[in-house]
Structure formats: C-alpha cells, structure tokens
Design a protein around this ligand. Structure first.
Ligand SMILES: Cc1cc2nc3c(=O)[nH]c(=O)nc-3n(C[C@H](O)[C@H](O)[C@H](O)COP(=O)(O)OP(=O)(O)OC[C@H]3O[C@@H](n4cnc5c(N)ncnc54)[C@H](O)[C@@H]3O)c2cc1C
Length: 449
C-alpha cells in the first residue's frame, strides 16, 4: 500500500471485507466482538488520517479508530475504521519534561524512552495498552493517587477534526476543543499525536502479594480497611482471580482462586515496607514480589494478561468501601473482581482543564468474565454482573470511568455517566459545533445537542 504521498487515494488503499488482511487488521486485544467495518485505513501518517476522514465525510461514512483494541466499545458494523498501530513514534524532551507520542504508541515504549532521562509517564497497569486513548479517557495509573489522571498531563493535541482539517490544539489556543478532546476522546476527532507531561520517577517500591483461596476474604477486608488511611504516594488495588487449570496460567496459581494485592509506592522503600506490614500480616503469600523496582518493570505489578482475550466487563465507582460492600464481592465465582483505590490526587483537578468526570469516586470496582470465545452470548455474564451491581448500589456514585466501559456496555447512556451533568451538556453543545453530522459516532459516543 502506498501511503503518505499527496496522490495516495485512501479508497484504493483501503482494506475491504473480502480482502485477506481484513481479519488481522480489524482484530485487536478484545476477541469477543471485533469491529466489522466496511472499510479499514491502516494509517501510517497524520496525512493518511486526514485523507481518510475527508473521504468518509464526503461519503457520509461514520468513522472509528483502533490502536490496540484494549478498549473496544460497542462493535462497529459498517463505516470506516482507521487503525493507528503503525504511527508509533515517541520523542522525549527532557528539558521540558514532556513526550510527544503518536496515536499508535503503547505505554511500554513511552516508559522506556522516558526512563533514559530519569522520567516516567502516568501509565497504567498494562504497558501494552495504547497511550493516547488511555490518556484521553482519563487514565488511572500506577501513580494515580500521587499524580492524578494522565489526562491532567496533556499539554497539546494534534487532531483531525470532522471537517478533515489537521489542527494543533492547546489549552490557550483553543480551550473549548482542548477541554472536550481530553475526556471526550474519539468524539471530536482522530488524535494523531499528544504532547504529555512526564514525572521525575525512576523507581518504585511495588509489586504483588498473592494469597491463596483460604485468605481471599481476609485479604479483601484487610486491604479495604488499610486503604482508609494511606498517603497519596501509595496507589494500590486488589483482585480476586480464578486462574484456570491450564498451562498458560502461571504455575504457582494454576487451578487456584487467588487474591492479588498490587502496590505502587513512590516514597522510600523503608516507608513502603512499613506501610505494607498489615497486608503481609494477613498470612503466608503464594508469591510476594513487592520490592524496589525500576519504573521500566512496572508492568510486573499487575502482571495483566498480554492477550488477546475475549471478555465481558462492567464496573462501578464507589464513594466508600465498608465491610458490607466487600461481602458481595466474595461471591462471584468464576469471574475476576478488581478493586482499585482512587482518591488522592485523582480528586483534585490539576494541570489543564479537561472533561474527565467523577473525581469524587474513592474506589473503582470492576467485574470481568474471562475466557469468552468470539461471539459468545453475554446473557449469563450480564446477569452475574448485574447481581453484583445491585448489591453495591448503596455505595455507588452512579458514575462510570470511560476507560473501563467496554463492548456492548459502552452505550450512550453509560457514556453519559462518565461526565458531570453540566459537562455532558457542554460536550453535546461542542459536539454540535465540531461534528454536527456525528461522523465520530462509533466509539464512546456523545451525540450533538
Ligand atoms: C488489560 C487492560 C488493562 C488496563 N489498564 C488500565 C489502567 O490501568 N488504567 C486505565 O485508565 N485504563 C486501563 N485500561 C483501559 C484502557 O485504558 C482503555 O481501554 C483504552 O481505551 C485502551 O486504549 P487502546 O488504544 O489500547 O484501545 P483501543 O481499543 O484501540 O481504543 C479504544 C477506543 O479509543 C478511541 N481511540 C483510540 N485511538 C484514538 C485516537 N487516536 N483518536 C481518537 N480516539 C481514539 C476509539 O474510540 C477506540 O475504540 C486497561 C484495559 C485493559 C484491557
């Protein structure tokens, strides 16, 4: 495929349903229900993106974007998919403490480039996730309670808007569009690159404590109590993981249901070790990896599966996590339950204004049904997830985090819950201005007012 040249015609270079590359190009991390676009543009430059958007706008084709597929929303049927994985340049400016990252970059690349200069990005649990979408959807990272949302660190955005113009958007130059893009993600254009702030972090005291099935209840109860009085330097989460009895599961956990506490402490190791005492006192660990580690190895803290994988996932944001809210989470057999501790710097907007909502939440509780083959009927997992959701209603803020809204759950109504009501109205008004034809309606859609 010739691309990037002035004469490149996206309609000729595109991949169609009948082309042999179609399946590989549309399939990413999430296997349950991949996008089914009519046409795919495998973009290699911002120019490719601009020409693809121009053509789609001219033909009235809705547009969506995919980098890694970790955050696949409601499956697209028809329309045009722009894949960005080949746009993967990272440039660090050590003097400014910033990085310019292209649309197809994954966190591990940014982590490694930044580390050469003693810096780190506000990356999340999995270094394989796409950095741009993660950041534009909020971005709850390993240092979230200390440094806030990744979104708060956006300095400038290169984007192709629905009128097929490439724009460089800054908080001063275009405050409304900047505010809408950071938090509103794919609703206002296809972002071709971001400039983000980095933090001066080279190492952490972090890792995972893995407890066997008999200690799962104690672990969740102790962890939830422990999170009530922690410094912001400590970001942590806990998951109940039913590991299958299969060779691909790590040997010590194979066939066991395990409680996995993940900690990431930016302070001194001695202080971190002291803070962890109540957790280590829960009992013997199957594995204990917590110690001093370079930020380049931070993916080991959660040790998220590299995928690809078919899964159904839902989440709730809670304002508190009393013992009565922990009990229902101990009775979700066969599913992964994850609780992330929020609060700290996440509650205090910093940096440039953006539309990320629900900053009052103190915990994010996710439930994930793993191991679903492509096309699996989701009624059974849905019922199990709804049971948990009902049990948590008393403590729920009713909000959602855009980054954790996956698949068929990423409906317009659910997306609305990711924003403060006033902000949602402002987003729909700006959508009318920037994308009145709702060209970008196939992602986590915010409609025009
Ligand atoms: C294993 C795993 C671990 C995760 N850990 C965390 C975590 O620690 N913290 C956190 O906050 N989130 C986390 N997430 C959620 C993740 O941040 C989101 O799913 C994010 O959207 C993934 O981005 P992606 O590019 O990898 O995925 P994709 O599926 O490729 O993109 C998701 C959506 O973003 C939009 N999009 C993508 N690229 C662009 C672009 N260039 N311009 C405009 N819109 C675009 C599209 O609508 C697309 O459908 C995790 C997800 C998984 C599966």
């Amino acid at each position: 495929m010739a691309s990037g040249s002035a004469s490149w015609n996206p309609m000729e270079a595109m991949i169609r349903r009948t082309d042999p590359e179609y399946d590989a190009e549309r399939t990413g991390y999430q296997l349950l229900a991949p996008h089914e676009p009519d046409l795919i543009v495998p973009a290699t430059t911002a120019g490719d993106v601009r020409r693809a958007v121009a053509r789609a706008a001219a033909d009235g084709l809705p547009v969506t974007v995919q980098n890694t597929g970790h955050g696949l929303p409601v499956t697209t049927s028809g329309g045009l998919l722009i894949t960005t994985g080949r746009m993967d340049a990272v440039t660090v400016d050590p003097a400014a403490g910033t990085a310019r990252i292209e649309a197809g970059v994954r966190w591990q690349q940014v982590i490694e480039e930044a580390a050469r200069h003693g810096l780190a990005p506000l990356s999340g649990s999995s270094p394989h996730v796409g950095a741009v979408s993660y950041t534009l959807g909020g971005g709850i990272g390993l240092m979230a309670r200390r440094h806030g949302y990744a979104a708060d660190q956006v300095r400038a955005i290169d984007v192709v808007t629905a009128d097929a113009r490439a724009r460089h958007v800054t908080p001063d130059g275009d405050p409304d569009l900047f505010w809408a893009l950071v938090g509103g993600r794919g609703n206002f254009g296809v972002v071709t690159a971001l400039e983000i702030g980095l933090v001066p972090v080279e190492r952490l005291y972090g890792g995972g404590l893995y407890f066997d099935a008999g200690l799962v209840g104690d672990t969740l109860r102790t962890w939830s109590d422990w999170t009530r009085a922690l410094p912001d330097e400590m970001t942590s989460s806990v998951a109940i993981i039913p590991f299958p009895d299969l060779p691909q599961a790590p040997a010590p956990f194979r066939g066991r249901t395990v409680a996995h506490v993940r900690v990431s402490f930016t302070g001194e190791s001695e202080e971190g070790e002291a803070l962890l005492r109540p957790l280590r006192a829960i009992g013997p660990r199957l594995v204990d990896t917590v110690g001093e580690l370079p930020y380049t190895a931070s993916g080991a803290i959660h040790n998220d599966p590299k995928g690809p994988a078919g899964f159904f996932a839902t989440h709730d944001l809670l304002r508190e996590l009393p013992p009565a809210a922990v009990d229902p989470l101990l009775d979700v057999p066969g599913r992964v339950v994850e609780i992330r501790h929020l609060g700290g710097a996440l509650s205090k907007p910093q940096g440039s204004p953006n539309s990320v909502g629900n900053r009052d939440a103190q915990y994010l509780v996710g439930v994930l049904s793993p191991g679903l083959a492509p096309g699996t009927e989701t009624r059974t997992p849905r019922l199990a997830h709804e049971k948990v959701r009902r049990a948590l209603e008393t403590w729920s803020t009713g909000g959602r985090a855009l980054n954790f809204l996956y698949g068929e759950n990423a409906t317009q109504e659910e997306v609305r819950k990711a924003y403060e009501p006033e902000d949602y109205r402002r987003l729909t008004a700006l959508k009318s201005q920037w994308d009145p034809a709702h060209l970008f309606r196939l992602g986590h859609a915010v409609p025009p007012a």
